[in-house]
Every structure is written in structure tokens, then in C-alpha cells.
Design a protein around this ligand. Structure first.
Ligand code: NAD
Length: 214
């Protein structure tokens, strides 16, 4: 596949959400202007993002909503289910296991893992908690592709290495630290605290430079 910019992939996910809403509302056709407004980008950007993958619309007539929705699901690899595991069944891991809607998006929670013997053998939100020693075997048995990494930051790299060694190819990393993975393995950071810090920056009032001179 061509080298697609990460920002384009993020926007394709947004376009798909918009198209899903339009399709559910039985809207048959849309345009780059509508997608652009909903996604808060320019119509040029929408057309440029889609152009990486071919031609989808007709000049003047826009896009067929069900067709573009189907094409974006195919482009994003969402036409098959993905099996998911949770590494670290503490507060966050358990909350994620309790979230009932992953399967609605074809992400199927198959297993969870923890080093704490008191958690192993428990059943949380419909998923069994296994010892990390069983990782390789369970990943193979359930064809698990993706893991949520919800361990403390100090052990996150080591836990990620174990996931990779067991055959996991995609990691959604909730630990506030940078994780290195080999080529062919993909990591997506989910950093709540970074989001909070950005909010603090915007909410603090005048920018620091303006305050210095005030
Ligand atoms: P927690 O301490 O409640 O849970 C961590 C779990 O990981 C424990 O069950 C522990 O036994 C397990 N663990 C430790 N080492 C392990 C290893 N090597 N392999 C597998 N399991 C291991 O922590 P938490 O609050 O659930 O947070 C988890 C991660 O998510 C942390 O990195 C935290 O900074 C991040 N995070 C949490 C929140 C939140 O709302 N709880 C928010 C933002 C970020």
C-alpha cells in the first residue's frame, strides 16, 4: 500500500463516521462540501484524502453515501472482525472490559492478561483474565491481532515486547510513555493526560507571552 499520511487515515475514520450517520438517516447522496463541513476541514482536503484510493464521486453529482461508506470500510480494513486482548486488568483495563459496544464495531474482546495472581482466573465484563505466561498460547488460539496496553508506564515497554513476541501486531497504548515497536507492528497512543494539559493551556486565559508584558 502507498504511504498514506497518518492525518489522512484519521480523517478517513471521521468521514466514515459521518457517512454512517448519513446512511442511517437514509440520505442517499452527499458532497465533499458536506463531508468537509462536518469534519471541519476543507472540501479540497476531503477530495485529496479520497484521491489516495481512487475516484469515488462524480463531478457535480457528489458521492453515493452507501457506496462511499462501503469503500471507506474496505479501505480502513473494517470489513472483517478484529480480535482484541487487554494487557493489564487494573482500573482502566477493567473499565474497558466493561464497555459493551466494541463488538458493534467488529472489535471482539477475546481475552485479558495480568501479572497479579489475585486477578488471574477472574471474569470481568465477559472476558477471562489469564496469566501473562499464557499470552502466546491464547493469542494463537483466539487469533488475537490487537491489544489495549493498560499497564503502569514503568512496565509498558516490557509488556509491549511480550505482546509483540506473542504475535500482536497492533497496540492501543494507554500508558503515558513512548513505546518502541519493530517494523510491521503499529502503535496508537491514547493519552488522556496530554489532552487535559492541552485543555489547561487553552483555559488558562491570555497566552503566557501576553501575560509577561501585562
Ligand atoms: P492500575 O494500577 O489500576 O492497573 C495496572 C494493572 O496492570 C494492574 O492490574 C497490574 O497488576 C497490571 N500489570 C502490571 N505489570 C504488568 C505486566 N508487566 N503485564 C501485565 N499486567 C501488568 O492502573 P490503571 O489506573 O488501570 O492505569 C493503567 C495505565 O493506563 C497506566 O499506565 C496509567 O497511567 C494509564 N492511564 C490510566 C487512566 C485511568 O483513568 N485509570 C487514565 C489515563 C491513563
Amino acid at each position: 500500500m502507498r504511504n498514506i499520511p497518518t492525518a489522512t487515515v484519521s480523517r478517513l475514520v471521521t468521514y466514515l463516521r459521518i457517512l454512517t450517520d448519513l446512511d442511517d438517516a437514509e440520505v442517499k447522496r452527499t458532497s465533499s462540501d458536506v463531508l468537509a463541513e462536518e469534519a471541519q476541514v476543507s472540501a479540497f482536503q476531503v477530495r485529496k484524502d479520497l484521491a489516495y484510493f481512487g475516484r469515488f464521486g462524480t463531478r457535480g453529482a457528489g458521492y453515493s453515501v452507501p457506496t462511499l461508506r462501503r469503500e471507506l470500510r474496505r479501505i480502513l480494513g473494517l470489513t472483517r472482525p478484529w480480535n482484541v486482548a487487554i494487557m493489564g486488568m487494573g482500573r482502566l483495563g477493567q473499565a474497558l472490559a466493561d464497555y459493551p459496544n466494541f463488538d458493534q464495531y467488529d472489535f471482539l474482546l477475546k481475552a485479558s492478561f495480568d501479572t497479579d495472581p489475585s486477578k488471574v482466573g477472574q471474569h470481568v465484563g465477559g472476558v477471562d483474565v489469564y496469566a501473562v505466561d499464557e499470552l502466546e498460547e491464547r493469542v494463537k488460539a483466539s487469533s488475537i491481532d490487537i491489544a489495549f496496553l493498560t499497564v503502569p508506564a514503568q512496565v509498558a515497554q516490557q509488556a509491549a515486547d511480550r505482546l509483540v513476541a506473542a504475535g500482536i501486531r497492533g497496540i492501543l497504548n494507554f500508558a503515558p510513555t513512548v513505546i518502541n515497536v519493530p517494523a510491521g507492528v503499529f502503535i496508537e497512543p491514547v493519552d488522556f493526560l496530554a489532552g487535559l494539559k492541552r485543555l489547561a493551556f487553552y483555559l488558562q486565559g491570555p497566552a503566557p507571552k501576553e501575560r509577561v508584558g501585562a
